[in-house]
Design a protein around this ligand. Structure first.
Ligand SMILES: Cc1cc2nc3c(=O)[nH]c(=O)nc-3n(C[C@H](O)[C@H](O)[C@H](O)COP(=O)(O)OP(=O)(O)OC[C@H]3O[C@@H](n4cnc5c(N)ncnc54)[C@H](O)[C@@H]3O)c2cc1C
Length: 386
């Protein structure tokens, strides 16, 4: 196992390219406005696509830059320094789309989707959760039935984030009788403009690069080649979910938690050096020094877990345990970091004069989304045969 290595030059260059771009185009007022409106800026995102960064999850044969999971992780970390308004759409294109279809798509789907995803022309959203289904994905109720060469879909998805602007829903459905768990499930690629689909927004306070949606399917008809991996993958949904793409999915959401936690520590650190109380910068008061030193230490531990998981996934090594541990540790530690940093900034950590209140809102969601901390604990206990 490699324990320590300098960051490869190309990743350091990507970081500095992104930093220059967001510094120029996403000043604080713009970040605040996007968060208030729960939206993102397509023109601004085009610049990220033009840097070739979406292609970091897509093989060169399909128009990508070649899979480089460590570099794609660093992209998310850097984009998160200004919130989720660029990191969110990046994940929809590079991970929900590029990574999943590179791993699980049929040859025809790879050729049709991956080059367009790499160019930033196509976005996918996730249709996993339902009104009665959260962590227990094996119990999804949205039905897909075969009708000759077609598939008919009925049911509802909840928290389908970005369904109102995404092109396709990467959707988990029940495609046979509800009997044995993990059986009779399929993944479908459902175009969001198919007749029979309606949507209703859900208001929420975190990850406001977009709104999340309730999506309803009323006799939605699709051809059988909408099955992810092709018609032969009918009823193989759990196998599709549980592969390498899931390990990388855990890394991707961990990168969001880490990126936002880093932004929170940086903001509180510099605030503490300029805010004076009792005749000196508050960074000279021991309670503040301890909070910030502890936050940086936790951040460093989080960094090691995140990039170790990313490196294992990138080099094709088994990493279900390490990626679950990283998701669990970084999401939970991110909340502790957020709480400490907000306290350092006193009232200003609650006001919209700084990014801190947004960092806190976003970090609070990290132990819930992308497989909750409790679900990671359950997975780890099973994986390690407790
Ligand atoms: C902003 C936002 C965006 C989202 N975007 C998407 C999206 O794009 N697509 C999508 O499909 N979903 C999305 N989600 C949904 C998210 O994935 C779910 O919230 C998550 O899976 C948890 O489900 P739940 O909230 O229904 O909690 P539940 O599953 O109802 O769990 C409630 C609590 O009980 C705990 N719990 C449940 N079962 C167990 C158990 N067996 N052992 C121990 N503890 C347990 C959980 O950890 C949690 O603390 C989003 C959510 C939010 C807030």
């Amino acid at each position: 196992m490699t324990y320590f290595a300098p960051e490869p030059d190309h990743i350091t260059q990507i970081r500095s390219q992104i930093q220059k771009y967001v510094r120029k185009h996403l000043p604080r007022e713009r970040r605040l406005a996007l968060d208030r409106d729960a939206t993102w800026d397509r023109d601004l995102f085009r610049g990220i696509a033009e840097m070739g960064l979406i292609g970091l999850t897509i093989p060169e044969a399909y128009g990508g830059a070649g899979q480089d999971i460590v570099a794609a992780t660093a992209v998310i970390e850097e984009l998160c320094q200004v919130g989720t308004s660029l990191a969110g759409p990046y994940i929809h294109a590079a991970f929900y789309g590029g990574m999943n279809l590179s791993e699980n798509g049929s040859e025809a789907q790879k050729q049709a989707f991956l080059p367009r995803l790499a160019r930033g022309e196509l976005f996918l959203c996730y249709g996993l959760s339902e009104p009665n289904v959260g962590g227990d994905l094996a119990s999804v109720e949205t039905r897909a039935n075969r009708d000759g060469d077609d598939i008919i879909i009925n049911g509802a998805k909840r928290w389908c984030t970005g369904a109102d602007w995404s092109d396709y829903i990467y959707c988990l459905v029940r495609s046979g009788p509800k009997g044995e768990r993990y059986k009779n499930l399929s993944f479908l690629l459902i175009p969001t403009d198919t007749p029979g689909i309606t949507m209703q927004p859900i208001e929420h306070s975190n990850l406001r690069y977009t709104r999340s949606m309730d999506v309803y399917f009323d006799n939605v008809r699709l051809p059988a080649d909408a099955v992810v991996g092709g018609p032969d993958n009918w009823n193989k949904g759990w196998e599709t979910l549980a592969g390498r793409a899931l390990d990388v999915e855990k890394i991707e959401i961990t990168a969001v938690a880490f990126g936002i936690a880093r932004a929170a520590v940086d903001e509180a650190w510099s605030y503490a050096q300029t805010r004076e109380q009792f005749g000196k910068p508050i960074s000279q008061h021991q309670a503040i020094r301890h909070k910030l030193s502890t936050a940086r230490t936790k951040l460093q531990a989080a960094r090691h877990m995140l990039y170790h998981g990313a490196w294992l996934a990138d080099t094709g090594q088994p990493c279900s345990v390490e990626t679950s541990m990283a998701k669990l540790f970084v999401a939970d530690t991110g909340v502790e970091i957020a709480m400490a940093c907000q306290q350092v900034m006193g009232a200003y950590g609650l006001s919209d004069a700084y990014d801190m209140e947004r960092h806190v809102r976003d970090l609070l969601s990290m132990p819930i989304v992308g497989g909750s901390s409790d679900m990671q604990r359950n997975n780890l206990a099973s994986l390690m045969r407790l």
